[in-house]
Design a protein around this ligand. Structure first.
Ligand SMILES: *Cc1c(COP(=O)(O)O)cnc(C)c1O
Length: 380
């Protein structure tokens, strides 16, 4: 029996909350306040508490969260920021937008996160910050990164856009630390495909330092305080009241949805059990010991990735590629003069990885169909 499986489907989730969200929107309608306001303060409070930070500042997007964080740390023209090339564009784009220089460091082949062992050799007098990404929902190996930053007096901005609720917990740690709370500033995105998605663009910066938090808060509204008196040149990057109201409704279900994603990941692991021998090089996601992976994406590594993807598409199975071209090879970064071969592990990951459906409402039947079709491809 044939069954289509979409890569991602928001509709069942949105429908299940239709009335709740409608009434949250009605409330905003009643007040006619559309910028910042009580709902924004409430979601900021909820996210700060959830991330175990003292402060959270709602902003217009995850990209702006990164940009505002760099701005608040005083990073600017000529400064260097260390980051992985295997990530969403905004990680490096935000660094360039502030006229600083993205300095790439290759990734770990198992977790796809920045390789801490390769950071030190890239530090110069101009290095100001390290910008690790918690890719696909698993925290980067933060302890060595935090140590390097401390020793070399660098800032850390966490790109936790895909990692709300993720935890870092090396074996000797009694308690896990939440994504976003480990660096100087942590950045989140509520883009609709993230574990907590708005009905549009939205983002958040979290912090423990009161001065930094205050600076981000001012910079998101043109740096003014009091109104029309400007201490800094900021931008307009406020979180909409309507988005905050919707996020407040959805936040109540975040843990439940994340647990569903984790359940799907375990189910995939079970279903794939007899495949490694079949395929030879098929690799499932690796969770670093103790970590809490929130599976914003379920990314496998496969031989003949492009053929497999094409075959699955013909069979009605949606997949996606995150990311097909590492950032050091993007046309817009040609001025950095990188070449093919500069970051081989990222390049290989870009050629071999494939994201499978893992949205919370995915059914067991659908998962079985996905794995069945993958098996069929390699049996051919
Ligand atoms: C989604 C994402 C961003 C950007 O978030 P937007 O809200 O889309 O601007 C930044 N970094 C990573 C790793 C992301 O996945």
């Amino acid at each position: 029996m044939k069954m289509n499986v979409p890569f991602f489907d928001l509709k069942p989730q949105s429908l299940s909350l239709k009335e709740e969200i409608q009434s949250a929107i009605d409330e905003v309608f009643e007040t006619q306040q559309f910028i910042l306001g009580a709902q924004v303060e409430a979601i900021e409070k909820a996210i700060a508490q959830y991330c175990q930070t003292t402060y959270a500042i709602g902003v217009a997007s995850g990209s702006d969260a990164l940009f505002l964080s760099l701005m608040a740390l005083g990073i600017g023209p000529g400064d260097e920021v260390i980051l992985p090339p295997f990530t969403f564009f905004a990680t490096a784009g935000s660094v360039s937008r502030i006229e600083a220089i993205p300095v790439f460091v290759d990734i770990d082949p198992q977790t796809y996160n920045i390789d801490p062992l390769k950071i030190v050799e890239k530090i110069t007098e101009r290095t100001k910050a390290i910008l690790p990404v918690h890719l696909f929902g698993q925290c980067a190996d933060m302890d060595p990164i935090l140590q390097i930053a401390k020793r070399r007096n660098l800032f850390i901005i966490e790109d936790a856009a895909q990692a709300l609720g993720s935890e870092y917990k090396p074996s000797f740690d009694s308690k896990g630390r939440k994504a976003g709370q480990m660096g100087d500033l942590g950045c989140f995105s509520f883009y609709p495909t993230k574990n907590l998605g708005a009905f549009g663009d939205a983002g958040m910066v979290v912090a423990n330092d009161s001065l930094l938090a205050e600076k981000v808060r001012l910079l998101r509204a043109h740096g003014s305080r009091p109104k029309y008196y400007h201490k800094w040149i900021g931008i307009n990057s406020r979180l909409d009241t309507m988005q905050a109201a919707i996020l407040l409704v959805k936040f109540k279900y975040l843990e439940k949805w994340t647990e569903a994603r984790q359940r799907h990941a375990r189910k995939y692991e079970k279903l794939f059990q007899d495949l490694p021998s079949l395929v030879g090089e098929l690799r499932l996601p690796v969770i670093q010991y103790g970590n809490r992976h929130i599976f914003n994406q379920y990314v496998i590594r496969v031989p003949k990735r492009d053929q497999l993807r094409k075959f699955l598409a013909e069979e009605g199975i949606g997949t996606d590629i995150y990311y097909p071209l590492p950032l050091h090879l993007q046309e817009c970064f040609s001025f950095l003069k990188h070449r093919q071969g500069d970051f081989p592990i990222s390049e290989k990951a870009a050629d071999e990885t494939l994201a499978l459906p893992i949205f919370p409402e995915l059914t067991e039947d659908q998962q079985e169909m996905v794995v069945d079709r993958i098996r069929a491809f390699y049996k051919k």
